[in-house]
Design a binder for this molecule. Structure first.
Ligand code: BG6
Length: 442
């Protein structure tokens, strides 16, 4: 356990993410006895009627959270309120009897983030050494805005103070990708274009936009999931393995893998499709909305190790299943040789590998069989991604967070397609809720 006295300042405590993910994750870290002994949550809110009991309604260890959470009402646009916040945090520190690290957690749109970072940066708060900013996606909305946001934050804070969250990096099975690649010589030696034909990453969700109308109308699948989660999973799949004991190099190695990627073009058109589920426009009350709730794109890497390997992303909302996986298809000389490796992120986290073997009996028949491993058969609990996010931020370990260079690369990859989709309005596939990806792609 890292026992640094810590104050977690949640900007927008009544927001969806804080209620559904962050507060439950803190309850869980407490249960695992990994929370610092001196720990306080300060929930910053503009409203003066937030009911903390309601926020913690379905959270484990509610008593611990209630005892250690204070609400702080302030006007986020008023610089003098930041000085008030500073005095409040100092009061908590004096109760601790020693200085604490301040971790600011932001789950707010990029334009608001800019002004709040500036106000914190210009206040006395930024004079402290031990202050960290934990920033949720989306980080920017396109290449230019991400570049602007990075340089804006750089004016006030050092790189090592910033923790950009992509909770997929903290999923147990995502962290396992590097370990699996490195720890199994069969896969380690064949993890390249000479053996691998295709890499497919699918993040399929059963849920729709769940009332997040404003957010989703400004976002869409490309920005919401591909720019972050799918590209990070791909980076973990393609990156070089760090040398033994150099886990801190992981973000830089992911960045290098991302810097070699682009979207495939086929005689001037991007190999990409977008779709929207049938009741979406009604749900957002915008009959002309072109926002994609489904996207499928083909990518390629110009890294000599990966040149020629097909890379396919599929993701969408209101689909048939909730399922996330990375599928690696091996090259074959004939049909009865194809091997497929499946890294399952959810549900039923685990790994399977298909092999061909003779069927028992007099006849010489062969079939495809699956070697399968599920974590749940061997371990009782898999920590939630947000537990690992918070735990690592408290500890100061950056390996599960994204570098600004990575963020800029991801927007660089998507920028030409984003521009094309803004200018076109005929290519949106409308699909019924609950569709299969295969049916959408036709
Ligand atoms: C979030 C997206 O980052 O990830 C959501 O904003 C999406 O739209 C969610 O539903 C999926 O996360 P998970 O962990 O449920 O797969």
């Amino acid at each position: 356990m890292d026992n640094k006295p810590t104050i977690l300042i949640i900007i927008g405590i009544s927001g969806d993410l804080s209620r559904k993910k962050l507060l439950p994750a803190i309850g869980q870290i407490f249960e695992s006895k990994m929370i610092p002994e001196k720990f306080k949550i300060v929930g910053v809110t503009r409203q003066n009627d937030v009911d903390i009991n309601h926020l913690l309604k379905n959270t484990h260890n509610k008593d611990y959270l209630l005892k250690n959470t204070e609400l702080f009402q302030m006007d986020l646009d008023d610089s003098s309120d930041y000085e008030r916040l500073k005095s409040h945090l100092e009061k908590i520190e004096s109760e601790f009897g020693e200085s604490a690290q301040y971790i600011f957690y932001f789950s707010i749109p990029p334009n608001i983030l800019k002004s709040i970072v500036e106000l914190i940066g210009k206040s006395g708060l930024a004079l402290r050494e031990n202050i960290k900013l934990l920033i949720e996606k989306p980080f920017g909305v396109d290449l230019q805005s991400a570049i602007d946001l990075v340089s804006h934050i750089d004016k006030y804070f050092k790189q090592e103070q910033i923790y950009r969250i992509d909770h997929y990096l903290a999923k147990e099975t995502a962290q396992n990708i590097i370990v699996f690649r490195n720890g199994n010589s069969l896969f380690k030696k064949t993890w390249n274009k000479d053996f691998i034909e295709k890499i497919e990453i699918t993040v399929s969700e059963e849920i729709g936009i769940e009332g997040r109308v404003k957010f989703y109308e400004q976002t869409g699948a490309l920005r919401d999931l591909i720019q972050s989660h799918l590209l990070q999973l791909l980076a973990l799949t393609l990156m070089e393995i760090p040398e033994e004991g150099h886990l801190n190099e992981i973000p830089y190695l992911r960045y290098k893998a991302l810097s070699r990627l682009q979207i495939v073009k086929d005689s001037n058109n991007f190999c990409a499709k977008r779709g929207q589920y049938d009741s979406y426009r009604e749900e957002v009350n915008n009959p002309d909305s072109m926002v994609e709730t489904f996207a499928s794109i083909n990518l390629e890497s110009d890294d000599p190790k990966w040149k020629g390997v097909k890379i396919i992303f599929n993701t969408g909302k209101a689909l048939k299943d909730k399922i996330t996986f990375i599928k690696i298809l091996y090259k074959k000389d004939n049909e009865h040789e194809s091997n497929e490796l499946l890294l399952r992120l959810q549900p039923n986290e685990g790994i399977s590998f298909s092999v061909w073997a003779k069927n028992p009996g007099y006849e010489h028949k062969i079939s495809r069989h699956i070697l399968d491993f599920s974590f749940k058969d061997h371990y009782e609990v898999l920590p939630m991604a947000y537990e690992q996010v918070l735990f690592n931020a408290i500890k100061g370990d950056h390996s599960l967070f994204t570098l600004s260079e990575e963020i800029i690369e991801t927007w660089r990859i998507l920028d030409p397609l984003q521009k094309e989709w803004i200018n076109q309005n005929q290519d949106l596939i409308i699909y019924p809720k609950g569709s299969d990806i295969k049916d959408i792609l036709g």
